[in-house]
Design a protein around this ligand. Structure first.
Ligand code: SF4
Length: 362
């Protein structure tokens, strides 16, 4: 897999999807037989993955199973939850205890680990020693919003690999710069994003948006740039992405990326919607919309609400395969709604594309 490539697989079967995407990128060809493989999920707190906060253990189980089937035995899972929670509790509540037992994979609590100082330019960063000892690091963040940094995905997920004292210091340093610097101190080899269900705007979960996709890449800057795009954020609103590019960690220009969509979303089922999401979509008429498409629309409407532009949309919004071939009075989202008198092309259109078009109309 080249560093400029991003693989996207749509669906809602995490275990199967993890194996499929790894078979596509053939990671076994780049890992030495005896190398220590570390899997870093996002278990920021003890809350199950259906909240939109944490990495689905089924996605991790697919990665472990694939690696074990290829003969890799030296695998660990490592995480340090946020200061307000204990990693051991998160492992248990999020289903990782069972996973570890089933596959014989140790769970490492980085909150209990010692740390080493790594100097990156003018900044010294404490990084957990067990994370530094890993030969091949697989970062498995959740695609979700964050109340301070806009999004949290590949770059920010490494914050679980520093001691609690350092997490506190990162906040005093304004988060963005130290997050970028941390990614220079600790490098990741592969990123597999749990983009099946992630929170709308909060790292703690509670307003899950079904986005139905797994994203794989090697460049955390490119992965985060893509995450920002599909959640409808302007890249300049997330300074750590640009800082990371300036540190030559990766490339944020999606124009230079090769985005490989391995399939199309077929999942028409939209799971439960929280009150916040119901409010955002009150003007939306949905009929058999793919979850990926609907998820992008939810993020787009949220961004417009933040900009005070949501109430400028004074027409009905249509989305879903049920509108194929129908004449519609209002605005359509995606190729299925071609019959609307205004429609936004794409299958699915990204949140950024939806925002751009809606802003040009209203
Ligand atoms: S445009 Fe239609 S088929 Fe394409 S993702 Fe949206 S709902 Fe699904």
């Amino acid at each position: 897999m080249d560093k400029n490539e991003l693989y996207i697989l749509y669906g809602n079967e995490p275990h199967k999807m993890a194996k499929e995407i790894l078979a596509e990128i053939k990671i076994e060809e780049e890992i030495g037989r005896d190398e220590l493989i570390g899997i870093k999920p996002n278990l920021v707190l003890a809350r199950s993955s259906d909240s939109g906060a944490t990495t689905d253990p089924e996605l991790v189980s697919g990665v472990i199973e694939y690696l074990q089937e290829k003969g890799f035995k030296n695998i660990i899972i490592l995480e340090g939850s946020w200061i307000g929670d204990r990693t051991t509790r998160a492992y248990q509540v999020c289903g990782y205890d069972k996973l570890a037992e089933k596959y014989g994979v140790p769970l490492i609590d980085l909150q209990q680990d010692s740390a080493k100082n790594i100097k990156v330019k003018e900044l010294e960063i404490k990084v957990c020693e067990k994370a530094l000892a890993v030969d091949y690091l697989i970062n498995m963040p959740v695609l979700k919003g964050h109340c301070q940094t806009g999004i949290t995905c590949a770059l920010k997920n490494l914050k679980g690999c520093i001691p609690d004292s350092e997490k506190r210091r990162f906040h005093t340093l304004g988060l963005h710069k130290p997050i970028a610097y941390l990614n220079k101190a600790l490098q990741q080899d592969l990123i597999i994003v749990d983009g099946i269900l992630g929170d709308l705007d909060f790292e703690e979960g509670g307003n899950p948006v079904q986005m139905n996709r797994v994203i794989a890449g090697k460049d955390p800057v490119l992965v985060d740039s893509y995450a920002a795009e599909i959640m409808g954020h302007n890249i300049d609103d997330i300074p750590y992405i640009r800082f990371a590019q300036e540190l030559i960690i990766g490339e944020m220009d999606l124009g230079k990326a090769r985005i490989i969509e391995l399939n199309k979303d077929k999942g028409a089922a939209i799971k439960r919607k929280s009150g916040k999401i119901k409010r955002l979509v009150q003007n939306v008429e949905e009929e058999m919309a793919c979850s990926a498409c609907f998820g992008n629309l939810v993020h787009a409407l949220k961004r417009l609400e933040e900009q005070g532009r949501l109430n400028h949309i004074n027409e009905k919004i249509f989305i879903g395969q049920g509108f194929q071939g129908k004449e519609l009075t209002g605005i359509g989202i995606g190729v299925c709604t071609k019959g609307a008198h205004k429609f936004i092309k794409g299958c699915p259109p990204t949140a950024s594309e939806i925002i751009k078009e809606l802003l040009s109309i209203y």
